[in-house]
Design a protein around this ligand. Sequence first.
Ligand code: COA
Length: 647
Amino acid sequence: MSVHVTRRSAIAVVTIDNPPVNAINMAVRTRLLALVDELDADDHIRAVVLTGAGKLFVGGADITEFGRPVEMPALPAVIERIENATKPWIAAVHGAALGGGLEVALGCRLRVATADARFALPEINLGIIPGSGGTQRLPRLIGVETAIRVAAENLTLDGARAAELGLVDRLVPEPLVDKAVEFALEALGRPLPAPVSRRPVAAPEPALWEEAAQRVRRAARGASAPPRALDALRFGVENGFEAGLARERAIFLELRASEEAAALRHLFFAERAAPRPHDLRGIAALPLASAGVIGGGTMGVGIAAALRNAGIPVVLIERDEQSLERGLTALKAIFEAARKKASLSDEEAEARMRGVTGAVGYEALAGCELVIEAVFEDLAVKRDVFANLGRVCRPEAVLATNTSYIDPRQIAEGLPHPDRFIGLHFFSPAQVMRLLEIVPIPQTRPEVLATCFDLARTLGKVPVRSGICDGFIGNRILRRYRAEAEAMLRDGVTPAAIDAAMRGFGYAMGPFEMQDMAGLDISFLHREAARARGEAIPETPGDLLVRAGRKGQKSGAGWYDYAPGSRTPLPSAEAARLIAPLVGAPRELGADAIVSRLIDAMAAEGQAILDEGIAGSPADIDLVEVHGYGFPRKHGGPMFLSRRQPS
Ligand code: COA
């Protein structure tokens, strides 16, 4: 049974027991509704304590139901019935009370919670808004200003803060249910507070709405739900609870049926499935109490920072004192920047560096359980590193290469115990970017693979397993994406039109702006090297630009012109003249057509990657694009999109 009842003298204890997160589905709603009637009719019962089994109260409405029409009874009706029950319901919250869980708690007459409780309305992350009174009851309980932060800006309130704000009537120690029963008996001796929906709400100054609207829109970065949550909240404050509830429900139902919400649900489940692949269940990860990083460049330092942020002690290795000093200084600068932004306290920033040992030479890595190589992308250099690691590291230590293009099988050649070897492809800046491509070689032991998924969980990253091919999943699709953009350019479409279309779709920048930022010269040099080896690589428009000294932002000009000191791309007549010999007659192409061509190309490459067994699922490819390459979340990923809109 998903909801059960026990009796403690005059108090009924109703426990939602629906593992893993006590999500409220149709069965739970039906049972709760029936229980209100049943307990109201029970003369022995005077009040009801509502709690959740296991480690939390309720993780929200059941998201798996959101793809289907609403099944009755709907949650607002259940909450209304709880709120109007003759016997008062008292929420007893531990762990999380999220979304629908918080809305149910708001429908209760009183709330007690343990200090570990967390209250939030994360619906906006799923492209919807609270649909069962969250935007209406919360401001009546904690005030408009904080309610906006919770409903439209993802603020989570812990137990202490919730108690301060009046969301929680009393903080209690464990055992929660015993304390809640005591509280209920005590509360019955006093007049009960009014149901939350009937409490007044103080309308704020008009300026507060305007400020909030601007803030919410800015933070939403194109997502639809956050401004709509604010809209529902404001409407209820200005027009009363009933009107607000109706408005909230209408927006909820509209958004629930939207493509954006479907995309965000797809990512929600993909992100939760990614860290725990089916075939690794039951395989124990190896201990990971210490790690080494080889290379104090941008990537090595970023990886070291990510490890330290997760509390893992790090040994950072460089080839000489000067390079080591540079690496350590860069690492310190990362924590210093976090301290300035107040995301780390002084003490935490210092502790991050205290956990770093810098060393020249490999011997300091002898005790590490994991070593990640992040040196120059050159096979001979990397092989030399692993020859040294094979010598100094313990035979069971996991040895990882952070290559982005080189075949890891070649890097592992000659390594003793290659079954502990694996590719870990981080994305720069590694302390920020959430994607981790995990690339096993044929000899990699399952325990080593499981250890790397475990590491990703510890680092808060989204792990995706990739087979071996040129560029693995992400860079291979990136190459196809760029090639398609170049093909469009050759068809006569301007870089500015292509970039604007992709920005309109939701990317932070288009493919040509991205190349200007990263520099055009690196891929040019690769092509030149291949040409020198005798490969027949035709001249590209990018080659023409680099030969004319236009290497991107770093040289003040690339696909675009840049004013001195500015990063704003300005359409360039000079660039157009230079590439003219390789480009067709100017051609107008609508933004939708541009976006379709590029997304279709990505999806086609993704399909090839799936057919070759390089990626395990379409959802994995979507995670790579969203978390490594800036694909807009609201579209769910190229595979999701191509399957929703078959062309
Ligand atoms: N509905 C349906 N399933 C849910 C769910 C929900 N609201 N919340 C979590 N789940 C599922 C996950 O998909 C996962 O399933 P799996 O084991 O089959 O992969 C499982 O519950 C555990 O979730 P996970 O996030 O891995 O557990 P956790 O202990 O790290 O975190 C929560 C628990 C509740 C904090 C977290 O799952 C969460 O934030 N859930 C979403 C909350 C939300 O958005 N609610 C608003 C909906 S109205």
